[in-house]
Design a protein around this ligand. Structure first.
Ligand code: ADP
Ligand code: MG
Length: 385
């Protein structure tokens, strides 16, 4: 089957599309990436998405409009991708844009509620592309008792499981998350969780201090110094201590968190560059801490570990150098997913192509050990053309 996966993450930088050929092979599946393309959001669309996510002031009417406007953006991205890579597209898996995610239950209107909301009207995609769409993947896992995230571990397992080597798949999008696949283990032995901020805090500070949406190649971060006292103060956030499974978003590491980090840097007398370097070190340190506390204790000593990085953060050279410096002494071999055959921008989009394929075949695709679900669940809704 030829399946397109469409991903737009918490960075709200744009849309990634992957075209994937999926074939049965032995007991498993073989995935071949036919092509992948990235489409940045226009500044005005990015602005309304960000204001809807960090929502202090949005209206129901705006959310409804954004649902349809995002549907149009996904249609345009898919059209352009299929034009560049002509294929006979059969199915689309579209993650949508997360507007709100609360994986754990909390009191609301007299009952405990957990919730998640991804938008981007699938009826538009089905009508315009003429193929079925699978969307709204997360709720079925939450109903099964999970956090609705992470869902990428299925792809991680299919692509990267190894008999001899432990593999850690570290994605660095807006949020950082990892999947551990111990050597020669079944999918029920995976662990996966969010490690904390990925690029989100760096991006917020770049916007405020340098009027840029991100720190290209980590250039600004390479010019500043880490302010250790600020780093250790921000690492006290209870999220880093919490045991997996756990998930994070703008609710934890959005504008308010970035503002506090900046304030601490300024009180110390740090430069704007120092604030970016310190935010970059926070990402590297939180990833390292997650590995040390929650991953390493589960591995036999002397097992070789490939630490495979994907997502936009893999292009931040300063961040990658910080990770190398911290993780190599712990016995990790740091790689980019591109070195292991999957371009850093394509992995999450490929995952949603695979998840759609599972749903189409009525197969459960959540990984209960990763999401905390009590049972397997068939994910998402199908909108027919
Ligand atoms: N060339 C680059 N140099 C440094 N950082 C980059 C580069 N390209 C992308 N990024 C970072 O990656 C982010 C997007 O990563 P992505 O994997 O798409 O995350 P998400 O899934 O949250 O959308 C950008 O917001 C930016 O911070
Ligand atoms: Mg993105």
């Amino acid at each position: 089957m030829t399946v397109a996966g469409v991903m737009s993450g918490t960075s709200a930088d744009g849309i990634d599309v992957a075209l994937v050929q999926i074939r049965p092979k032995g007991n498993g599946l073989k995935l071949e990436l036919i092509g992948h393309e990235a489409f940045p959001f226009t500044p005005v669309l990015r602005k309304v998405i960000l204001s809807a996510m960090d929502a202090k002031s949005t209206s129901t009417a705006d959310l409804a409009r954004l649902n349809w406007r995002l549907g149009q953006a996904y249609v345009e991205a898919l059209r352009a991708t299929v034009k560049r890579h002509p294929v006979n597209l059969q199915l689309i898996g579209c993650h949508g844009q997360t507007i709100y995610h609360q994986g754990a239950t909390a009191m609301y209107a007299g009952r405990t509620v957990a919730c998640t909301w991804q938008i981007g009207e699938p009826a538009l995609l089905a009508a315009e592309l003429g193929v079925p769409i699978v969307s709204n993947f997360r709720p079925a896992d939450m109903v099964a008792g999970g956090q609705g995230a992470p869902l990428v571990p299925l792809l991680d397992y299919v692509q990267f499981a190894d008999n001899k080597r432990a593999r850690v798949l570290q994605n660095i999008g807006g949020i950082g998350n990892l999947t551990l696949i111990p050597p020669a283990s079944g999918i029920n032995k995976l662990i996966a969780f969010d490690t904390g901020p990925g690029n989100m805090v760096i991006d917020a500070l770049m916007q405020q201090l340098f009027q840029k949406s991100y720190d290209r190649s980590g250039k600004i971060a390479s010019r500043g110094h880490v302010i250790e006292s600020v780093l250790s103060a921000t690492l006290k956030h209870p999220f880093f201590r919490a045991k997996p499974p756990k998930s994070a978003g703008r609710e934890e590491f959005g504008a308010a968190f970035a503002e506090r980090l900046l304030q601490l840097c300024q009180e110390f007398g740090g430069s704007n560059e120092d604030a970016i370097t310190t935010a970059t070190a926070l990402t590297a340190d939180s990833i390292t801490r997650a590995f040390k506390e929650f991953v390493q204790p589960r591995l036999k000593s002397n097992i070789p570990v490939d630490y495979i990085v994907s997502g936009g953060g893999a292009k931040n050279k300063t961040l990658m150098a910080m990770l190398q410096q911290r993780l190599e002494p712990l016995g990790c071999n740091l790689l980019e997913s591109s070195d292991a055959g999957i371009p850093v921008d394509a992995k999450e989009a490929m995952a949603f192509a695979l998840l759609a394929y599972y749903t189409w075949h009525r197969r459960p695709a959540n990984v209960p050990s990763a999401t905390g679900a009590k049972r397997p669940a068939i994910l998402g809704q199908i909108t027919h053309a």
